[in-house]
Write a protein that binds this ligand. Structure first.
Ligand SMILES: *[C@@H]1O[C@H](CO)[C@@H](O)[C@H](O)[C@H]1NC(C)=O
Ligand SMILES: *[C@@H]1O[C@H](CO)[C@@H](O)[C@H](O)[C@H]1NC(C)=O
Length: 210
C-alpha cells in the first residue's frame, strides 16, 4: 500500500513537472542571451521557419590560418533550438586544414564525417589519448570539457557535421587562449615551459601582444 502511494506520488510529480515545462521556447534574439538561453519569443509569432535552418548547406570559408571553417547552428543562429539542449555545426577542412586543440565547456559532441577523411582525437583528464582516423560515415564522440582536435587526413576537402548536447556549447581554442591575447610572454614561458622566442612568434601569428 505504501509503495502504491509512493508510485502515485511520483506519477503526480512527473505529471506536474512535464505539464508545466514549455514545449517550445523559440529564442527572442532581440533580448540578451543568458546562461539559461534567450527568453521565449511570443508564441503567436512563432512560425515553422523558426524550426528550419539552411545555413549549414553552404561550405564555410577555409581561406584562413587553419585552412578550416566552423559554421555554427547554435541558438544565436537558429533560435528554434533555444531551451532544447541541442545544437549543430558544420566543419569544412581544406587539404592541410585543422581545428586546433579546443574544448566545449558546456556540451558533449558527436561528429559525423560526410566527406573525406579526418584524424580526430581527445585527451581525458587522466591524460589518456584517444586518436583515430575517420572515414566517410564514421562517427566519433568527444566528451564534455575535454581537449580535442580535428585534422584533414586526406588530400581533398573533408566535411563533417557535429552535434552538441547544448544549444550553446561554448568554444575555447587553446592556441588563442595562450597566444591570442596580452598574457605576458614570461608568464606563458613559466607556465608552459615553452621558449620565449617561440611564444613571441606564435603571438605574432595569432594576434597576441606582450
Ligand atoms: C508579433 O507579431 C505582430 C504582428 O505581426 C506584431 O505586431 C508584434 O509586435 C509581434 N510581437 C512580438 C513580441 O514580436
Ligand atoms: C574567404 O576569406 C578570405 C579571407 O578573409 C577572403 O579574402 C575571401 O574573399 C573569402 N571568400 C569568400 C568566397 O567569401
Amino acid at each position: 500500500m505504501k509503495m502504491f502511494h509512493t508510485t502515485l506520488f511520483l506519477f503526480a510529480l512527473l505529471f506536474s513537472c512535464t505539464s508545466h515545462a514549455a514545449e517550445i521556447c523559440v529564442g527572442d534574439l532581440k533580448g540578451p542571451e543568458t546562461p539559461s538561453g534567450y527568453t521565449c519569443k511570443n508564441p503567436a509569432n512563432v512560425t515553422v521557419d523558426d524550426f528550419v535552418f539552411s545555413g549549414l548547406a553552404k561550405a564555410g570559408n577555409t581561406t584562413n590560418i587553419i585552412s578550416a571553417a566552423v559554421t555554427p547552428a547554435f541558438s544565436a543562429q537558429f533560435p528554434g533550438l533555444n531551451g532544447l539542449g541541442i545544437s549543430l555545426a558544420r566543419l569544412d577542412l581544406a587539404p592541410g586544414g585543422v581545428i586546433p586543440f579546443h574544448t566545449h565547456p558546456a556540451a558533449n559532441e558527436v561528429l559525423l564525417v560526410s566527406q573525406g577523411s579526418i584524424c580526430a582525437g581527445f585527451i581525458t583528464s587522466a591524460n589518456t589519448v584517444y586518436l583515430k582516423t575517420l572515414k566517410k560515415g564514421d562517427i566519433m564522440i568527444f566528451p564534455q570539457g575535454l581537449l580535442h582536435f580535428q585534422i584533414n587526413a586526406g588530400g581533398s576537402i573533408a566535411i563533417a557535421s557535429v552535434s552538441f548536447s547544448s544549444p550553446n556549447p561554448g568554444l575555447q581554442i587553446t592556441d588563442f587562449a595562450f597566444f591570442g591575447n596580452d598574457l605576458p610572454t614570461e608568464v606563458i614561458a613559466k607556465t608552459t615551459f615553452l621558449d620565449p622566442a617561440i611564444i613571441k612568434k606564435l603571438k605574432g601569428v595569432l594576434g597576441g601582444t606582450n
